[in-house]
Design a protein around this ligand. Structure first.
Ligand code: UTP
Length: 300
C-alpha cells in the first residue's frame, strides 16, 4: 500500500468513450463537448476538480480530441476580436477555460474501457493517490463531493468511491457496491463491487457514480485485469480486487452522495441538467422560467 502525506493534486478525466447513446451528435464531437446551457459539460467537470484543489488535470482523449484541447487552450483570434470591440464580458468567458487549470492530455488509441483509460494515466500520475472524474458526469457545484472524498482518503488511506442510492430497478445501469457501515453515516466501507448487476444479484442499491480517489496500486491491478463486461477493461473489476484484498492498496471506502448529479451522456438526464441549470441562472433564469411555466401549463 502506498502511504502518502502529500496532498492529492492530480485529477484524471477520461473522455475517450464513443458516446454512442448520443449519436449522431457525437459522430465528430466528443460528448463531453456538448453544451450544458452555454458551457461544454467538460468545463463544469474541470471547474469541480479545481474547486477541490486539484489543478493538475490530465484528460484521456480519443479520436475526436481536438475540440477538447482547443477549448482549454487560448484562442488568440477570438480574444483579439473581442478586445478590439471592447467586449470584456465575452472576453472573460473565452479566457475562463484556458486559465482554469494546468491541462495535460494523453490519447487512448483504442477505447478499451474505463479501466484501460485510467491505466493510460499511470506515467503522469506516478505513485501518489489521484482523483478520477468522469467527463460526462456532472455534479452540481452547490453539492460538493470531491473535496469530501479527498478528506476521507486522507483520513483512511486507500481508495474512495462515490455512491448514490438508486431505485433498485435502475441498479443494472450502474456499478454496484456491497458495503459495511462505518462510524460516520455518510461513509461506508466497500467490501465488494459488481458492474451492472441484474436486480436480483445486486448486493445493494448503492450505485457507483463518476468520482473516484484512487491509490496508485490500482495501476498494477488494472495491468492484470482481463476484459470483463462488454469486452472492456472495467475499472469496477479493479476496484473489486482492491476492495477484496486491502493488502493490495489499502481499504476502499464509499462516500454517500445525496446531492444533484446528471449523467450528461444520457439524453434524458442531459435535458434535465440544461433545464434545471438554466432555470437557476441569474441571467437566463427569470425569462426561461416564465416561458417554461406557460409551456408546461398551456401546451402539455
Ligand atoms: P461510458 O460508459 O459512458 O461509455 O463511459 P461511452 O462510450 O463514453 O458512452 P456510450 O455508452 O457509448 O454512450 C464512461 C466514461 O468513461 C470514458 C467515457 O468518455 C466516459 O467519460 N471512457 C469509456 C473512456 O475514456 N475510454 C473508454 O474506453 C471507455
Amino acid at each position: 500500500m502506498t502511504q502518502s502525506r502529500t496532498r492529492i493534486s492530480k485529477a484524471v478525466i477520461p473522455a475517450a468513450g464513443l458516446g454512442t447513446r448520443f449519436l449522431p451528435a457525437t459522430k465528430a464531437t466528443p460528448k463531453e463537448m456538448l453544451p450544458v446551457v452555454d458551457k461544454p459539460a467538460i468545463q463544469y467537470v474541470v471547474e469541480e476538480a479545481v474547486t477541490a484543489g486539484l489543478s493538475d488535470v490530465l484528460m484521456i482523449t480519443g479520436r475526436n480530441k481536438r475540440p477538447l484541447e482547443d477549448h482549454f487552450d487560448r484562442n488568440y483570434e477570438l480574444e483579439e476580436t473581442l478586445t478590439r470591440k471592447g467586449d470584456d464580458t465575452r472576453l472573460a468567458r473565452v479566457q475562463e477555460s484556458s486559465d482554469l487549470a494546468t491541462m495535460h492530455y494523453v490519447r487512448q488509441g483504442d477505447p478499451r474501457g474505463l479501466g484501460h483509460a485510467v491505466l493510460c494515466a499511470a506515467p503522469h500520475v506516478g505513485d501518489q493517490p489521484f482523483a478520477v472524474l468522469l467527463g460526462d458526469d456532472l455534479i452540481d457545484a452547490r453539492d460538493p463531493l470531491l473535496s469530501r472524498m479527498v478528506e476521507v482518503q486522507e483520513q483512511h488511506g486507500g481508495s474512495v468511491i462515490a455512491l448514490m442510492e438508486v431505485d433498485p430497478a435502475q441498479i443494472h445501469l450502474y456499478g454496484c457496491a456491497a458495503v459495511k457501515p462505518t462510524e460516520d453515516e455518510t461513509v461506508v466501507q466497500v467490501t465488494g463491487l459488481v458492474e451492472k448487476p441484474d436486480h436480483a444479484d445486486a448486493p445493494s442499491n448503492y450505485a457507483v457514480i463518476g468520482r473516484y480517489v484512487l491509490d496508485p496500486a490500482v495501476f498494477d491491478v488494472l495491468r492484470k485485469t482481463k476484459p470483463g463486461r462488454g469486452g472492456e477493461i472495467q475499472l469496477t473489476d479493479a476496484l473489486q480486487a482492491l476492495a477484496s484484498d486491502p493488502d493490495l492498496g489499502g481499504p476502499v471506502h464509499g462516500v454517500i452522495f445525496k446531492g444533484r448529479r446528471y449523467d450528461t451522456g444520457d439524453r434524458g438526464d442531459y435535458l434535465r441538467a440544461i433545464v434545471r441549470l438554466a432555470c437557476e441562472r441569474e441571467d437566463l433564469g427569470p425569462d426561461f422560467r416564465d416561458w417554461l411555466r406557460s409551456y408546461v401549463t398551456e401546451e402539455m
